[in-house]
Design a binder for this molecule. Sequence first.
Ligand SMILES: Cc1cc2nc3c(=O)[nH]c(=O)nc-3n(C[C@H](O)[C@H](O)[C@H](O)COP(=O)(O)O)c2cc1C
Length: 361
Amino acid sequence: MSDTQLFAPTTLGPLSLRNHLVMAPMTRSRAVDANTPNDIMAEYYAQRAGAGLIVTEGTSPSPNGTGYPRIPGIWSPEQVEAWRKVTGAVHAAGGRIFVQLMHTGRVGHPLNLPAGGEVLAPSAVAADGEMYTDAKGMQPHPVPRPMTADEVRTAIEEHVQAACKAVAAGFDGVELHGANGYLLEQFLSPQTNQRTDAWGGSIEKRLTFVLEVTHAVAAAIGGEHVGIRLSPYGVNAGMKPYPEIEETYTTLVPRLVATGIQYVHLVDHSAMGAPEVPETLKRALRRAWPRTFILAGGFDRATAEAALDEGRANLIAFGRPFLANPDLVARLQRDLPLNAPDFGTFYTPGPKGYTDYPSAT
Ligand SMILES: Cc1cc2nc3c(=O)[nH]c(=O)nc-3n(C[C@H](O)[C@H](O)[C@H](O)COP(=O)(O)O)c2cc1C
């Protein structure tokens, strides 16, 4: 046993956390019935309640944002009721849990969307390549329909409603998914946002949607219960670098301060093949953020401890290690070997590769 800052209790705004480890949000596509959480999802999250904070898989605030098969939503009363079981199981095990609100925007397919859903985005720019559908396998990404001004306002309201429902479902807070190429990031990038109205054009205007969503959600449930995930230089879901990336994020993060939200969660997916996020940008964003700063991507115990010790972050998120090790915190603390993740079952329905990873402790 060893005790370092990583394993010591801490706080996230008003919440006490049992340690400095966050379980990173991971889509697992187990919500087989009507995009509604179920018992194995409650079991999976409760198994991982040793994390200081769990951030759930991306969860859609709207039928329009449910672009992948079997991802959960949080728009219907049935979904809220079902999430209550998940939050109850995590809390009973002593954990804390935020829901990640993920509107997929253009990264969807009509075959994946529930009834009434439509693939909407800032502009009519399709993502390159194909996406998986349960009905017909791989399919080309469709060209999304550009949102009307009313539809942009509806999408903001859907995030607010989803955040209120998250509170009703017992979540400790919500993380806005501003990363990895989904709707919020689609508004940030000039390649996916070619609008000429209030939400597109200059950097200022491209930030507007994200700032409006964040302000509105914070006003509805209290900024101390809200965080946002960001992925500058990310290439997931067809995103591409653009010249003003750094200016976009060094303008955005200071603007987010006034929304009162608690945390910024910065992703560096270079361990998964994406371009590295320059250390200078990470440090600039960290300096610009007065509250909790979370780093994610490729961490192990030693690099997490170094990032905390050097003040580069307040909390460290682990993705794949948590997926494959329900007792990750205890294993890291005792320097026990880790189970390897099985890529073949990341997104397949059922308990295999989901709730059956063994604990060592
Ligand atoms: C199976 C899988 C699903 C993921 N789904 C999401 C998601 O829904 N939302 C998100 O923000 N990131 C998602 N990610 C990214 C992770 O949150 C994390 O940033 C990434 O795995 C890098 O951290 P790691 O090196 O510790 O695994 C996913 C990653 C994996 C492996």
